[in-house]
Design a protein around this ligand. Structure first.
Ligand code: FAD
Length: 280
């Protein structure tokens, strides 16, 4: 898990009830679900990798029971909801928030980009099949990304599940900051267009296309980083943000600490998902 973070304090947030406004297949591997609703007026966008707990109906459920509390006891309360009406709980990233000027209505609207893995998990299956009006719940968690103040540049590494977080960081980071990013994706067609990912001197994004569909996600990004020359980047401390399949996250951290002698405190590493295991 990350070493430093900017979590939203439990007393400063509320469980948000929202509904689907529309969905779009934005690239071969990504489905964008846009949600809206009056509760989102209270949502405070933070940019970067802002993430939230997401509650969606279990297959066959027609309504959704959300935990009543957003405080530190929310999870205990969630577990007390009877199993037959308890929603599915997963974690996702804010891809874009529009307080006004929405695509579907006046706003507010929030986009979530799902890296689709078919019907293998309930969240992926839901994103592929949800329809306008379907209910969803959110609990804001804030940022994991929190660079060390003396970092001379930043390293971002992730697989497709971390693409929304890495693009969010690239869009939010101060213009003077140098960033090297390695993002592994299933298809070349998944690379977001230039208007979405800022292009400027000092932002150096390597899109790594996984040619072999049977390869474990994250292996390519880890191998690429291991052999990468970082000597063209400023000397001195740098901050690393790593997210994706858990072996990618731990493998990158191990490599940075053991082979590149990066202090553990300068690395935020998060296993976003675990190969062969359902979340929760
Ligand atoms: C802070 C945070 C932010 C995240 N943001 C995003 C985001 O914006 N977009 C996004 O797509 N994901 C994101 N994730 C990852 C997402 O929460 C997981 O992929 C989640 O497990 C998907 O739930 P599921 O119900 O589809 O699958 P689960 O029920 O959790 O798993 C079912 C099966 O699917 C496999 N699986 C799970 N995820 C993937 C995957 N990405 N690719 C291939 N196989 C998978 C599991 O190994 C398991 O075998 C984030 C995770 C965290 C912790």
């Amino acid at each position: 898990m990350a070493t430093r973070s900017k979590y939203v304090k439990p007393e400063q947030r509320a469980v948000i009830s929202a509904h689907v406004l529309g969905t779009k297949q934005i690239s071969p591997s990504f489905v964008r679900v846009t949600i809206g609703g009056d509760d989102l007026r209270g949502f405070v966008p933070m940019g970067f990798d802002q993430w939230f707990r997401m509650f969606i109906p279990e297959a066959g459920q027609t309504s959704i029971r959300l935990p009543g509390s957003s405080g530190s006891l929310w999870f205990a309360q969630f577990k007390l909801i009877p199993k037959d009406v308890r929603p599915v709980l997963r974690n996702y990233t804010v891809r874009e928030f529009r307080a006004t000027g929405g695509v579907f209505a006046g706003g507010p609207e929030l986009d979530i980009d799902f890296a689709s893995h078919g019907d293998l998990g309930p969240a992926s299956a839901w994103a592929n099949s949800c329809a306008p009006g379907d209910r969803i719940g959110l609990l804001d968690e804030g940022l994991i990304y929190n660079p060390t103040p003396d970092a001379r540049w930043q390293l971002l590494v992730g697989d497709e599940s971390a693409l929304p977080a890495i693009v969010g960081i690239l869009r939010s980071v101060d213009p003077g900051v140098r960033v090297r990013a390695y993002v592994e994706i299933p298809h070349a067609g998944d690379i977001p267009d230039k208007q979405d990912v800022p292009v400027r001197d000092g932002l150096d994004v390597h899109w790594l296309v996984r040619e072999d569909a049977s390869a474990r996600p994250g292996e390519l990004a880890l191998a690429t980083l291991r052999s990468a020359h970082l000597s063209d980047l400023p000397e001195g401390p740098f901050y690393a943000f790593v997210a994706g399949e858990s072996e990618l996250a731990t493998g990158v951290r191990r490599h940075l600490v053991n082979d590149r002698h990066v202090p553990k405190s300068d690395i935020a590493f998060t296993g976003y998902w675990r190969h062969g295991h359902a979340a929760y």
